[in-house]
Each structure stands twice: as structure tokens, then as C-alpha cells.
Design a protein around this ligand. Structure first.
Ligand SMILES: *[C@@H]1O[C@H](CO)[C@@H](O)[C@H](O)[C@H]1NC(C)=O
Ligand SMILES: *[C@@H]1O[C@H](CO)[C@@H](O)[C@H](O)[C@H]1NC(C)=O
Ligand SMILES: *[C@@H]1O[C@H](CO)[C@@H](O)[C@H](O)[C@H]1NC(C)=O
Ligand SMILES: *[C@@H]1O[C@H](CO)[C@@H](O)[C@H](O)[C@H]1NC(C)=O
Ligand SMILES: *[C@@H]1O[C@H](CO)[C@@H](O)[C@H](O)[C@H]1NC(C)=O
Ligand SMILES: *[C@@H]1O[C@H](CO)[C@@H](O)[C@H](O)[C@H]1NC(C)=O
Length: 506
């Protein structure tokens, strides 16, 4: 019901959006992961219906012939190398975070190379038909792709389907404090205790050094290799970024100060309230008035990431509870009980929206969490990698989820967690409360995205919104010259004369 109301108001508000000339837009979403793609599909669809011409690089094309203004370049082939490495990557993530970062970068670099060599992408790079674009939108996980904005001499908007790593915020001069806004790879929910504050500070320092000495030089090499030796550095190209869209919101994510160029487009804007259940599933869910559990670890976590002991504990717990279970799983389980139904795919949004579904057991991917919250379903989290542990711990601190470590959980802890969430109404009540708060915004995330995209097109960028901190040398930002200046009075009298430090750094 609530979703329906918001959807109608979207149509009403849309009429008040300013007229903008039809623009040519290049959108680049390189990650072969459905959640990264689905997060933006409403935006591409809406832009094309508004008359803009969109060229979209995607691993999961929408393939809707009715969207005649949307041209898709299909990069689905990259799933092959992603799937070949993802199980290994998830296992590494749980043992060593730094090794995870290195391996992630290595895997995504391979994918990026393959995508840039795709014939249709090569055509865009060589630009033989002399195409023009008015705007590039590119996923922030692959900064090399920002080079397309330089190539077409147009503004750039960075986009992220989930929280952004610290470097993303810093590139727009947005502060990100290690104690108040721990990096999304750390499993911390504010407020942090002393040990967490120490770890978060060291982790932040590591990320900054990693970007400075490894990340940036790697981007520079990739840009020179694929776009040409004469191309500017990634630091210069990143300066084309007018805005950064982050799929977060202040109710469900960490509260942080945002500079005007960072726009939060979260609040479940990817959710399709018109999605319905196939007849057999509708009937099955209607009949299960005693309650249904939906269980999915997403598309990246595979059966190979779950230990046999864990699988057995899960099956044994399911055998002892009075609920039907729908389990999205990529393997056969011969000795499951009759109340467990296994399938490789479920229409997740529609399943979660069914009123008989009382609990979602999830790995904690951000899109899944949003779908659960906006259908008022509390969660049991079993995080595996990336932002999942941070997400789940935040939900636990907000009282809408419990969390279990899949490596140490037992049949008993699993069963008790399930029963607690389903039988204690406080989880359901709280998730409803938070969902309503998160959606009570002057504009939906989708409307905000469209408005700001057209704003950047109208003004050919948004340099006027840029935080001056981006251009300030770091020693000035941290007041090192001010604090160090023993002869402050003399300098004050003789303001125009540059200090030794300044000359040295320029
Ligand atoms: C395509 O764009 C044109 C304007 O460029 C617009 O008139 C038309 O309605 C759009 N069509 C669709 C199906 O989105
Ligand atoms: C395209 O439009 C036709 C006619 O309005 C409709 O019947 C069809 O379902 C649409 N196709 C898709 C994929 O949305
Ligand atoms: C990813 O998988 C491919 C093919 O199996 C392999 O050659 C490559 O080394 C893997 N990458 C990493 C970072 O492990
Ligand atoms: C887990 O179970 C499967 C099937 O029962 C078996 O093939 C596999 O060897 C087991 N793995 C371990 C690590 O015991
Ligand atoms: C499934 O089989 C395994 C070993 O074959 C056993 O350990 C486990 O308890 C069984 N699970 C259930 C739910 O019966
Ligand atoms: C599951 O069982 C089906 C049919 O018995 C078989 O074709 C398939 O290969 C099995 N899948 C796995 C992952 O073992």
C-alpha cells in the first residue's frame, strides 16, 4: 500500500521537473553482478522515456524493445571470469581483508580490460562515427571508465549501487571520519568502541596509502594503455566529476555530512512495485498462513562457500520449525525435509512483499536489504564479504535483524534466532517504522537522480558546487602550516609572502 502511494506521487511530481533538451548520455556499469545493475535500471528507463538518448554499457541488458531511446552494449560475457573467481574471493575475504582488496582489484582489472577490448566498446573509444555525448555516468568501482568523460569532453557523474569506499568521498572533498563513518569493509556499526576506533583509523590510513601508491598509478597505466599516452592522469580526469550518486539514505545507512555534490539516491528506488508472483507461487504463499521464511544468499555466494557442517545445521533446524522455507540455492540437497522448497531463482521482490513471508535470511547485500525493509520483513543476516557484515551489524543495532556467523553457527543458535525474529513482534514493528521514515522524503531517489542528471546537463557540469577542499593541499587542510608557524605574528603582518613550506610544496 505504502509503495503504491509513493509511486503515484512520483508521477505527480515528475510533471514539475524542468524541461531539459534531449541529451546524449553514456552510462557505464561494468560490474557483472545483478544487484549493481538493477540498482540503476529504473534511471536508464526513465531517462530514455523522457526523450534522452542513452548508450548503456551493462552486463545485464534490460532488453525491452519498447525503450527505443536506450541502446545497450551487452557485456554479459564477463560473468564467466567473475564466476570463476568469486567463490575463491569470498573465501579469502573471510580470512584476510587486505588480501581481499588486492584480489578484488586484480579480478576487476581483468574484467575492465576485457570490457575495454570488446568491439563495441572499442568503437566508442576510437569514436570513428564521431558521436557526441553530453554526459557520462560511470560506476565508481572502475575509475578507468571516467576516461570516457575526458574523451567526449563532457561532465561526469559517479554512481554507486551501495555505500562508497573512502576514496570515493575524498575525491569530492567530502569528509569521512574513521570513527564516525567507518569504511564499509569494516564490520562496525557506530558508535565504535576503542578497539574498533583504532582498527578503523589504521584501515583508513591503509586505504589512503593504497590509493596513493597502488590505485592511482594503476589507473594511470590503464588509461594510457586503453585511451592513449596523451591522456591526462586519473587525478585530473576525476576532476570532471560533477556529482556522485550514492545509493544510501540517512535512516538505514551511517549518518554523515555530505558536500553539495554528493547526492543520496537510496530509499529503495530500484524496487518495482508492479512485480507479481507466478500463479503457483502465489497459491503456495497464500496457503501458508502459519508463516514462510525466504532464504537467499544472493547471486555471488555459492554453495561452495558454505561448509557442510553449516548446511547440515541449517537443514536440521529447518526440519524442526513449523514454517515453510523457500530457499534460493544453486545445488541439490537430497535429504531436505518437505517444508523446504529449493530453487535456483525466486522473484525475490514479490516473495518478500507477500504478507505471509515473516523472515528473510540474507547474506546482507544492499539491494536485498532494501527490498526486505520496504516490504516490512525483518532479517537474519549471515554475512560473507564486502559491505555485508557492516550492513547486517547496522541493522542489528537498529533492532530489525539478528546476525549469525555462518562458520560458527549451530543448529540451536540458528533455530533460536529464527524463532525469536518471527515470534517477537518488535522486529516487524521496527522495520515498518524505519521503512516509513526512510521513504518520507521530498523526492524519491529516482526523482532526485533524474533531477540532478538534467541539472548537470542544463549547466554543463556542476563546478560551482565543488567543495574547495578538493583543491587545497593536504598540509593546509590539516592546518600543518598554521600550527607549525612559530612566527605566526610575522606571517600575519606579511601575509602575501609565501612561507617556506608553501614554496617547497608547489
Ligand atoms: C524517444 O525520444 C524522443 C525524443 O528524442 C521522444 O519523443 C520519444 O517519446 C522517446 N520514445 C520512447 C519510447 O522513449
Ligand atoms: C511493449 O509494449 C507493448 C504494447 O504496449 C506491450 O504489450 C509489451 O508488453 C511491452 N513489452 C515490454 C517488454 O514491456
Ligand atoms: C580468475 O580466474 C581465472 C580463470 O580461472 C584465472 O586465470 C585468474 O588467475 C583468476 N584471478 C585471480 C585474481 O585469482
Ligand atoms: C560436502 O558434501 C558433499 C556432498 O555431500 C561432498 O561431495 C563433499 O566432499 C563434502 N565436502 C566436505 C569438505 O566434506
Ligand atoms: C543430511 O545428511 C547428512 C549426512 O549425510 C547428515 O549429517 C544430516 O544430518 C542430514 N540432514 C538432515 C536434515 O537430515
Ligand atoms: C542436481 O541434480 C540434477 C538432477 O538430478 C543434476 O542434473 C544436476 O547436475 C545436479 N546439480 C548439482 C550441482 O549437483
Amino acid at each position: 500500500m505504502y509503495l503504491k502511494i509513493t509511486f503515484c506521487s512520483l508521477l505527480v511530481v515528475s510533471q514539475f521537473l524542468m524541461e531539459t533538451d534531449c541529451a546524449r548520455i553514456l552510462a557505464i556499469v561494468p560490474t557483472p553482478s545483478y544487484s549493481h545493475q538493477v540498482a540503476f535500471q529504473h534511471i536508464w528507463k526513465e531517462l530514455s522515456l523522457r526523450g534522452h538518448q542513452i548508450t548503456l554499457l551493462t552486463t545485464d541488458p534490460i532488453n525491452n524493445k519498447n525503450l527505443t531511446n536506450l541502446t545497450e552494449i551487452d557485456l554479459h560475457f564477463t560473468y564467466e571470469s567473475w564466476n570463476a573467481n568469486i567463490t575463491n574471493l569470498i573465501d579469502v575475504a573471510q580470512e584476510d581483508k587486505l588480501k581481499f582488496i588486492r584480489m578484488f582489484v586484480s579480478i576487476t582489472s581483468d574484467i575492465l580490460q576485457a570490457e575495454l577490448l570488446h568491439p563495441q566498446v572499442q568503437k566508442l573509444i576510437r569514436n570513428e562515427d564521431n558521436q557526441q555525448f553530453d554526459l557520462v555516468l560511470a560506476e565508481v568501482l572502475y575509475p578507468t571508465m571516467y576516461a570516457f568523460a575526458e574523451l567526449y569532453k563532457c561532465p561526469l557523474i559517479g554512481i554507486s549501487s551501495l555505500e562508497v569506499i573512502i576514496a570515493g568521498y575524498h575525491s569530492l572533498g567530502n569528509p569521512s571520519h574513521p570513527v564516525l563513518h567507518p569504511d564499509m569493509l569494516l564490520p562496525f556499526a557506530p558508535p565504535l568502541n576503542f578497539k574498533e576506533r583504532v582498527i578503523s583509523t589504521l584501515h583508513t590510513a591503509f586505504l589512503i596509502m593504497h590509493a596513493r601508491f597502488l590505485g592511482i598509478p594503476r589507473e594511470d597505466r590503464a588509461i594510457k594503455k586503453h585511451f592513449g599516452e596523451h591522456f591526462p592522469t586519473i587525478t585530473k580526469i576525476s576532476n570532471r566529476m560533477s556529482l556522485l550518486f550514492v545509493n544510501t539514505d540517512p535512516i538505514l545507512n551511517v549518518i554523515r555530512p555530505l558536500v553539495p555534490s554528493v547526492i543520496q539516491i537510496g530509499g529503495g528506488s530500484h524496487i518495482d512495485s508492479s512485480a507479481t508472483l507466478p500463479q503457483n507461487l502465489q497459491k503456495l504463499l497464500d496457503e501458508e498462513t502459519g508463516g514462510v521464511i525466504y532464504f537467499s544468499l544472493g547471486t555471488n555466494v555459492k554453495s561452495g562457500n558454505v561448509r557442510n557442517e553449516t548446511l547440515n545445521a541449517i537443514l536440521e533446524a529447518f526440519a524442526e520449525i513449523p514454517y515453510k522455507v523457500l530457499w534460493k540455492f544453486d545445488d541439490n540437497l537430497s535429504n531436505k525435509t518437505d517444508n523446504v522448497m529449493i530453487s535456483r531463482w525466486f522473484p525475490q521482490q514479490a516473495v518478500l512483499r507477500h504478507p505471509n513471508v515473516k523472515l528473510f535470511i540474507t547474506q546482507g547485500g544492499w539491494q536485498s536489504i532494501e527490498e526486505s525493509i520496504f516490504s516490512y520483513t525483518p532479517m537474519l543476516g549471515m554475512p560473507f564479504f564486502a559491505d555485508q557484515a557492516a550492513n547486517i551489524n547496522r541493522l542489528v543495532s537498529k533492532g530489525i535483524a539478528l546476525s549469525l556467523d555462518h562458520k560458527t553457527m549451530t543448529k540451536e543458535t540458528f533455530k533460536q534466532s529464527i524463532l525469536e525474529i518471527i515470534r517477537n513482534s518488535k522486529y516487524h514493528n521496527r522495520v515498518k517504522e524505519l521503512a516509513e521514515l526512510a521513504q518520507d522524503q521530498p523526492m524519491t531517489g529516482l526523482e532526485k537522480a533524474i533531477w540532478w542528471i538534467e541539472y548537470v546537463i542544463r549547466h554543463k557540469g556542476a563546478e560551482h558546487l565543488r567543495n574547495p577542499a578538493v583543491d587545497l593541499p593536504w598540509y593546509q587542510y590539516y592546518l600543518l602550516d598554521v600550527i607549525n608557524d612559530e612566527e605566526a605574528e610575522d606571517t600575519f603582518m606579511d601575509e602575501d609572502k609565501p612561507t617556506v613550506e608553501e614554496e617547497g610544496c608547489k
